[in-house]
Design a protein around this ligand. Structure first.
Ligand code: GAL
Length: 817
């Protein structure tokens, strides 16, 4: 945004969001599941206590593992914090989702000493840099083990129920204790899991002490992964005859045929006959199908029930109209409803052919991005509202697909993609056929298979065994499992080598990372195998920078830099767009993320430069390249800023989908150029203060105008906000006295909050900034800073957020809660 306009000023003071006051805990699943009585699904995110343990010092790890007796006697783990009378008053109060890694200072723990600049291994990754220089891992025993403690309040009658805790995601290696009993150990930092606590609750007046030990000493990826309980936790109470977690599997096709498979568990000692009533409703809540069936349940056994029906003229799920049906599954016993389970599904047809991808019969290119789960201010603990906001930015850019790299996406992200109309490639973390690997894969599929957004399962990414006979064996076992659990979807894997060999034989769709030149053997041996670019681009840009700086470690935001395996946007998209047997691709990446600061893989670089947007989701200039060629919006984006040394030759670029663009410097034309599809326009202009103006033409007429003016000194900060659920995304932008954005502004901004809300994180997208993410202040980086505000639970009234900075006029946003 180059210029301060009226809209900015209005936004700065307007009362926003009154009509958007959704319940803070209201995820998509909850809206469907609002009335699940007698089942209760209670959000368990609040009132936790947190303390660091220690990775090898038993005394500092609350006795965990002392005298090797942890498992000797059940309920006597020797862990002091598990005791009811343990005093946790020195522990810190936290709410979930929580990522403790993002709260820690950056620490330079490079594994090699920095070579001279000319000897630096530009594209070689240093392990510490790869993970974003946070003190988590084997070298940091004091800050790699975290303990969470909470008193679990139960109600009368709960002892008769089945009680489970659903964990959405814990990084990683977690141990769950209840009342001293170790009930679960879960290695994966990415798969959700459930813990049955029914037998271990205190039925007298004693408090129930829940404790979770989380050990992030080992990583699973080569990128920042966070640490802690970074997703929601739910307490679920059901009768002992119930539908288990992810207990329905709904298959449908565009003829309207629907097949609902429902698992029912009878965890009582009596044989019984129940009725399964499945009611299908459309997106408006109107019942469109009612299926009733008696089910005979043996004592302590599970039954799988299939019900089929046909919807007349089904309303399809698509990118523009992501229509969802819901299914309410009721178990009725002796006339009474004993359990209710809610699911959603969408009716759509996904077809991959060698020369085309089709959604509901419509041919389209996959215009996707890869993303890690990481944002400024909050790390991997992304609130649902922010999750949605990030997807909205991608959609705004014209992207239609999201690859969860390189791990299962969180459930809330899948729900949001279902509702926003975004295609998903969901990926398992481990490419292995070990019980652990297959277990993670099974969770990925069972959890995800009702989501219409998911179009492909990926069994792995760039694994060393990808092109080998061993890889082939592993892939066969993995794909066999996927097909058993979900015969409706195709399977892929992301290969950067060995394409045509090894695992290729098991894939329905070949995922190619970067090296389209290596597709020869695939085309020859598997001429009908569809190919998708699971990773493309890896273009390197720093927001607001237009020159490479070896001292500041920045790359220009022009579309000119890529690592040796990657491409600029213009080097991959035009090729994919023009080649029918490349079905589209996923850009590496939509957003910058912590770690992998290529091409400067050394301190003080802490975040990547790969994003089309920075770590805050502020667009870099390539955002408009993609928007011009991916979306149907009119685009005319002119850059760079207009503050240079006099006389300097400046490359002026335009991303536009107009037919022609004419550029003016201080009112004088420097030429009109025709736009060539999928490419930018460029002029070289000697700098003189004033302004540059671009006019976009269609049918010979000017239809758009963009301008950049030389900015003066910073004079004011302007705060604008966007609200999603209980989250408010605030942008602080620095302008001069005439309302021109100051391109290099690095003013320190303070965010003051009045009312029932709090700042949960700040950022500015600077890849070398070591400022804290958890703070009430932040410097702007190239004119911008972000604060993420969360409304307080149960709060009401007015929230006022002021951005102030010394010497600048301040700005306010007021919101109704
Ligand atoms: C790929 C890898 C990604 C990321 C990317 C950077 O090889 O799969 O995780 O590291 O390179 O370009």
């Amino acid at each position: 945004m180059a210029q301060l306009n009226r809209r900015h000023l209005l936004q700065g003071t307007a009362v926003l969001g009154a009509g958007l006051a959704l319940r803070p805990d209201m995820s998509a699943a909850m809206r469907v599941a609002d009335d699940l009585a007698p089942r209760q699904r209670i959000l368990f995110d609040h009132d936790w206590k947190f303390a660091f343990g220690h990775a090898f010092d038993i005394a500092r790890d609350f006795g965990f593992g002392g005298f090797q007796s942890t498992f000797a006697k059940q309920g006597l783990s020797g862990v002091t914090a598990a005791e009811a009378d343990y005093d946790d008053s020195t522990w810190r109060a936290v709410d979930l989702p929580h990522d403790w890694a993002v709260e820690l200072p950056f620490v330079n723990n490079d594994t090699y000493s920095l070579p001279a600049p000319d000897k630096r291994r530009e594209y070689e990754e240093d392990e510490a840099a790869a993970h974003g220089y946070k003190p988590v891992g084997r070298k940091f025993p004091e800050t790699s083990v975290g303990w969470y403690r909470k008193v679990l309040k139960l109600e009368k009658g709960d002892e008769l129920k089945r009680l489970t805790l659903e964990f959405g995601g814990v990084f990683r290696n977690s141990t769950v204790f209840l009342n001293g009993y170790i009930l679960n150990q879960h290695e994966s930092g990415y798969t959700p899991f459930e813990v049955d606590i029914s037998n271990f609750i205190n039925t007298d007046d004693k408090p129930n002490i829940l404790l979770v030990r989380v050990d992030a000493s080992l990583g699973e990826g080569w990128f920042y992964e966070g640490a802690g309980i970074y997703r929601h936790v739910w307490l679920v109470k059901t009768a002992r005859t119930y539908v288990p977690q992810w207990g329905t599997y709904i298959k449908s096709d565009i003829s309207g045929a629907v097949d609902i498979e429902t698992r029912i568990v009878n965890a009582t000692d009596a044989d019984k006959t129940v009725t399964l009533l499945s009611t299908i409703s459309d997106g408006d809540g109107k019942a469109v199908g009612r299926l009733e069936m008696p089910v005979v349940l043996a004592a302590q056994a599970e039954a799988t029930v299939n019900q089929t029906t046909k919807l007349t003229e089904p309303r399809l799920w698509g990118l523009k109209d992501p229509h969802l049906y819901s299914v309410r599954s009721e178990i009725i016993e002796a006339g009474a409803v004993v359990d209710v389970f809610a699911s959603t599904f969408g009716v759509r047809e996904v077809v991959f052919k060698v020369d085309g991808f089709f959604l509901n019969g419509e041919a389209m290119k996959i215009k996707g991005t890869n993303n890690h789960q990481d944002h400024a201010g909050v790390g991997s603990a992304i609130p649902d509202g922010l999750q949605i906001w990030r997807l909205q930015q991608l959609k705004e850019m014209g992207s239609n697909a999201y690859r969860a790299s390189h791990n299962p996406a969180t459930s809330e992200l899948l729900e949001a993609c279902d509702r926003l109309g975004i295609l998903v490639l969901d990926e398992t973390r481990l490419m292995t056929s070990t019980p652990e690997g297959l277990g993670q894969l099974e969770t990925l599929i069972r959890r995800g298979r009702n989501h219409p957004s998911i179009i492909l399962w990926s069994i792995g990414n760039e694994e060393p065994q990808q092109g080998t006979p061993r890889g082939a064996k592993i892939a066969r076992d993995m794909v066999r499992l996927v097909k058993r659990l979900d015969p409706t979807r195709k399977v892929t894997a992301a290969m950067n080598n060995g394409q045509g060999y090894g695992i290729t034989a098991s894939l329905d769709v070949l995922g190619v990372n970067y090296y389209v030149t290596r597709l020869g053997p695939v085309r020859e041996k598997y001429p009908n195998l569809p190919v998708v670019g699971t990773e493309t681009a890896s273009t390197l840009t720093t927001r607001g920078e237009y020159e490479r700086s070896e001292s500041k470690l920045y790359v220009p935001a022009y579309d000119v830099t890529a690592p040796k395996w990657g491409h600029t946007a213009e080097n991959w998209w035009p090729l994919y767009n023009a080649t029918p047997n490349l079905l589209g691709g996923f850009v590496w990446t939509g957003f910058d993320y912590r770690g992998e600061p290529t091409p400067f893989n050394w301190w003080p670089s802490v975040t990547s430069h790969f994003g089309i947007m920075d770590l805050c989701g502020f667009p870099k200039d390539n955002f408009w390249y993609y928007q011009a060629w991916w979306s149907d919006k009119p685009v005319l984006h002119l850059f760079p800023h207009w503050n240079w040394e006099s006389g300097k030759d400046v490359a002026v670029w335009v991303h536009s989908n107009c037919e022609a663009v004419e550029l003016f410097v201080n009112g004088k034309s420097v030429g009109r150029k025709d736009v060539v599809k999928d490419l930018h326009l460029e002029w070289t202009v000697p700098y003189q203060p004033g302004k540059i103006t671009a006019y976009g033409y269609k049918g010979g007429k000017v239809v758009m105008k963009a301008e950049r003016k030389t900015a003066g000194a910073p004079a004011r900060v302007v705060l604008t906000s966007e609200r999603v659920q209980d989250i408010v995304m605030l942008k602080a932008e620095v302008f001069d006295k005439d309302g021109v954005a100051v391109p290099k502004a690095d003013n320190l901004i303070f965010f003051d909050v009045e009312g029932p809300a709090e700042v949960i994180g700040v950022g500015n997208g600077n890849p070398t900034s070591h400022e804290p993410d958890k703070a009430l202040y932040r410097k702007t980086f190239n004119g911008l800073a972000q604060a993420i505000v969360q409304m307080k639970r149960g709060g009401s009234g007015t929230v006022t957020i002021t951005a102030r900075s010394e010497g600048l006029a301040s700005s306010k946003v007021t919101l109704k809660v």
